[in-house]
Design a protein. Structure first.
Length: 381
């Protein structure tokens, strides 16, 4: 059985290895083939996968984000409806209602979630901020004020990586400046991209990005950007909570070698994404693929995988005692009824591949020319 994912780098492969180990223990007669393709956020893997699907050469299962990202594959007939597994395993009763809704297209469900990640997080080195007599920025204007002081002291305010990490930063700035309702409205049509609030938020993004090393870091992935925070050469990094798993692979301890707060302006909001796995049409080893999906949706699988991946379980009945450090904080917030949940742009929840690709192309120009009118028109679709 061949399983396709983008979990090949440090902080990701450890989670996959733990999930596979649990799968093998429960399915000793199935040989697992790891077809992981390196590259943060699946930017490279999805290109490779698209070619395979177009050539009628699907793996037995492949990773996809929950939400609109999968819509084009559904429309193309690349994946099968797996509601029968949801019925068999009673997953609807064990997953958050909002997550099931994000996985549902015209009443059908095409993937099985293995986790929940949070995108809107600001990572920092406590010793660096303490040395600068700073506390984590709570608003983006406060961050910009801090950035000026940090630069005077020879510290990079914000480390960043390739293009997808800039898009990730964009969604976090939009969320912080517009609030949960305003941000969500960008994807439902309730917020006008061309309106003053959205364009002011876009201007703020350009101001924030100017405090980063974007011009020098485009060839790196997300891990080297975090390394700069660990080394003390950068004050902050905006990244999802898979960063927690990576930082632990570096031997660091939460609240000592690193810490985290919600990105400025987004306290109380959980900008979520979820990794899920599919059953491709024409999967060569369908029965084995079904067992893999059952593994991904199981308590055993999720509790093996998520503590290593830096994510929390999609299931509501997982063993919370296994989630410590940052993850104890994350699972408490995710399951708190007072937490406001919104969907990630960069990681597939709120925009399909066509719209997301259009935003990618427009963002490449926007970070160079700062033309909010042109970018807003492209982003609106």
């Amino acid at each position: 059985m061949e399983v396709f994912s983008w979990w090949a780098g440090p902080g990701e492969k450890e989670g996959l290895e733990a999930l596979v180990a649990d799968f093998r223990q429960r399915n000793p007669g199935i040989e697992f083939g790891n077809a992981a393709v390196a590259g943060g956020a699946g930017t490279i893997a999805r290109t490779v996968l698209a070619t395979r699907l177009e050539n009628d050469d699907p793996p037995d299962s492949y990773q996809a984000h929950a939400g609109l990202e999968l819509a084009s594959d559904i429309e193309a007939g690349y994946v099968e409806d797996v509601r029968y597994l949801y019925d068999q395993q009673r997953w609807r009763d064990r997953l958050p209602k909002g997550l099931v809704e994000a996985l549902t297209f015209d009443g059908r469900i095409y993937s099985v979630p293995v986790n929940i990640h949070r995108a809107n997080l600001l990572w920092y080195n406590p010793a660096v901020l303490e040395a600068q007599r700073l506390t984590p920025a709570e608003t983006w204007p406060q961050f910009l004020t801090q950035a000026a002081a940090l630069r005077r002291r020879g510290v990079l305010p914000l480390s960043i990586g390739p293009a997808w990490t800039q898009k990730h930063l964009l969604e976090c700035v939009l969320l912080g400046e517009l609030g949960a309702d305003g941000y969500t409205g960008l994807w439902t049509g309730a917020t006008d991209w061309a309106g003053a609030p959205a364009r002011q938020a876009l201007t703020r993004f350009i101001e924030v990005l100017a405090q980063s090393d974007a011009a020098d870091a485009a060839a790196d992935d997300w891990q080297p950007a975090l390394d700069k925070v660990v080394a003390g050469t950068a004050a902050y990094n905006v990244m999802g909570d898979w960063a927690d798993a990576y930082l632990r692979t570096r031997g660091l301890v939460f609240q000592e070698g690193y810490s985290v707060v919600p990105t400025p302006g987004s306290d109380g909001v959980y900008d979520f994404l979820s990794d899920s796995f599919t059953l491709p049409a024409g999967a060569p080893h369908r029965r084995a693929a079904e067992q893999w999906l059952i593994e991904c949706g199981s308590v055993s699988g999720q509790d093996a995988f998520n503590p290593q991946k830096g994510s929390v379980p999609a299931r509501l009945d997982a063993d919370k005692s296994r989630y410590t450090g940052y993850l104890a904080q994350a699972i408490a917030e995710w399951t708190d009824s007072a937490t406001r949940v919104v969907g990630s742009l960069t990681h597939g929840v709120v925009a399909g591949t066509v719209r997301s690709s259009a935003i990618d192309a427009a963002l490449t120009l926007f970070v160079q020319d700062g033309d909010t009118v042109k970018f807003a028109a492209a982003a609106a679709g």
